[in-house]
Design a protein. Structure first.
Length: 276
């Protein structure tokens, strides 16, 4: 498995940097170990970044967006430690703050992301502005990757930073269009037919909502544009193991829909009870 091989290689590089601690601007062996690691995985390395001999940038891919990882690998003076799980100091510099782990972990993170995009394809330019993240997540799941929910994570998101407001013509139209693309390209015919009642019901409910908000025509325009341009949409190809994953995703969709309907009904009942 690629993941197991990468884990072993990351452990090897991290241990090497730990055992060869070097102070800032003198990380000759540490920088070379990380650079070689990334070059072996297909990255192009450029040295002497910002004029520093041991600084480098490793690049892969082209276009937008650009995703960067900051890898630190310098040691600190007077913190040398034997590679054991107890306090066992020795003379010289050492990785008292774990830069041997930090630098290697950042390199590994870049390689993991590269592997995913090489497998599932890049962001779909037809999904401009909205739902492109869901498209990537859906494709990743079809190819056997896990989408992980972390309830402890806190994300600060500037709402409507692109369009300027929560509801507007630009946003409603593109979201309606991209929703058509999302389902068509990731679901095969049997799934589209099976989910068609829910998809049509959801489309109608959203139309009524946006009509009430004054954007009904924009929603219809975006939906129809999606239908007209489906021929330009690149559907996810067939491959070994896809049907099993499709069935798993379908079961999750059914369970998720049932939970949503239950929670929505419960909230509405509570509101009616409060008014009474």
């Amino acid at each position: 498995m690629m993941r197991d091989k990468l884990k072993d290689k990351m452990t090897e590089v991290s241990d090497y940097i730990f055992q060869h601690p070097e102070l800032s601007k003198h990380e000759e062996q540490s920088s070379r170990a990380l650079a070689d690691f990334l070059e072996q995985e297909g990255f192009t390395v450029k040295w002497e970044l910002a004029g520093f001999r041991t600084a480098f940038v490793a690049e892969w891919g082209s276009g937008q967006p650009i995703i960067g990882f900051l890898a630190e690998y310098d040691a600190l003076p007077g913190l040398a430690q034997e590679p054991v799980s107890r306090h066992c100091p020795k003379e010289g510099p050492g990785h008292g703050c774990g830069h041997n782990l930090l630098g290697t972990a950042c390199a590994g993170a870049a390689i993991y992301r590269r592997e995913v995009f090489e497998t599932i394809g890049y962001f779909d330019e037809m999904h401009f502005a909205y739902l492109e993240d869901i498209d990537v997540g859906y494709r990743a799941k079809l190819y056997g990757y896990d989408n992980v929910f972390c309830p402890e994570a806190v994300v600060y998101h500037v709402g409507s930073g692109t369009s300027g407001s929560k509801y507007n013509s630009f946003k409603v139209k593109l979201a309606a269009r991209n929703n058509v693309y999302l389902n068509y390209k990731n679901m095969r015919t049997w799934q589209l037919l099976l989910n068609s009642p829910c998809l049509l019901a959801g489309t109608f409910v959203k139309f009524l909502f946006f009509k009430k908000m004054g954007f009904g025509k924009d929603y219809v325009s975006g939906f129809l544009e999606g239908i007209r341009t489906l021929k330009n949409c690149k559907r996810v190809p067939s491959f070994k193991g896809r049907i099993q994953r499709e069935i798993g995703i379908q079961l999750e969709l059914i369970a998720g829909t049932a939970v949503y309907v239950y929670e929505f009904s419960r909230r509405q009942a509570a509101k009616l009870g409060a008014k009474a």
